[in-house]
Design a protein around this ligand. Sequence first.
Ligand code: SR1
Ligand code: MG
Length: 400
Amino acid sequence: MSEYKTFSADEAMAFADKHSELFGDHSKLTAKEFGDGNLNLVFRVENDKGTSLIVKQALPYARCVGESWPLTTDRARIEAEVLKMHHRFCPGHTVEVRYFDPVACAILMEDLKAYRILRTELNAGKKFNHLAPQMAKYLANTLFYTSDFVLSSEHKKAEVARFLNPELCLITEDLFFTDPYCNHERNNIEPAILEKAKTLWHDEALKAEVAALKADFLSKPQALLHGDLHSGSIFIDEENCKVIDAEFGFYGPIGFDVGSLLGNLLLNYIACPGLHQAEDAAEQQAYLLQQAEQLWQHFSQTFTELMSRETQDPALDNSLYQRRFLQQVFSDAIGYAGCELIRRTVGLAHVADLDSISDAGKRADCQRLALKLGRELIMQRGELSNISQLQTLVRYQHTS
Ligand code: SR1
Ligand code: MG
């Protein structure tokens, strides 16, 4: 019986060749490992005509830390199954999985080599008007069609069980909701903002709200989430965007996926003065706030239409309840966006938006603003009733 073994480039090539009709003459194949993510091996397998596929293999540990942080390889199954499910409900904006091998814990998938990573593009000051409408479509469809509005009670419970993903959820539970609010050794805090970061550890009002958000993350299985929808999990070109990297997927609160993306738009907004000249920064910030607005408007409009047209459970087919449901998703999303701002500034896993700001003084200013805005979002999430109030809150934040 075969067993798990980490792929070499040649083994990844043989795997891709065996499970795809795409390549034809396999003697002309090449393979290269180019992954720079936190967890996995990623190979591009290509023939001499430029046809290529990606082989992604889960390592038995977290790549960014090393073998001292063991991690289940079952995350490859979760990732393949979430991507397949999301592709079913939003094929235009989800990467296509071609084959999954449960022994090698490896996924063969579409290569998006003509696309670029959204975070890199935003950091370079690029603007894409299709980003928000397309991601709203992805979010509304994948989350609605895996929710109680559509699935029978029995089927939904079986799906919740199939996607439990306890080890990867624990990472999010720790990194999002616990570490930033205490003196944890995993935290990564720049000395210039240490005093500001320490205020989080003793902010009982804030910690109570973060506890409520964590409790929902632990116990609100509303839909099959992507679970890690930051701007490094989105590939984009001039016309389209596609979501990758769903290994953190599980049944959780809908606002978590919406809020993770919203939070990443806001992180980039905050970093703009450190990344660009003043005039370009102002333009990029206006673009990002407009995308944040469109993301919520398109998402809520599509989700509302789906609820009114496609709800299967007669008890949930009530427009008053549906409006209340969406308002709660809005408030959850703002809270999770706030947590994303904070954990990406002082936690283990930072983002290049802030870290790549070369001027140390500006970088510290942006980081302080991320902590301040993150706190406001978490604290005020219940009082904000629409997206323009959120825009106003963001525009009037200044470090103090
Ligand atoms: C150890 S994993 C750190 C982070 O990388 C992933 O992309 C998730 O965002 C996770 O929190
Ligand atoms: Mg990832």
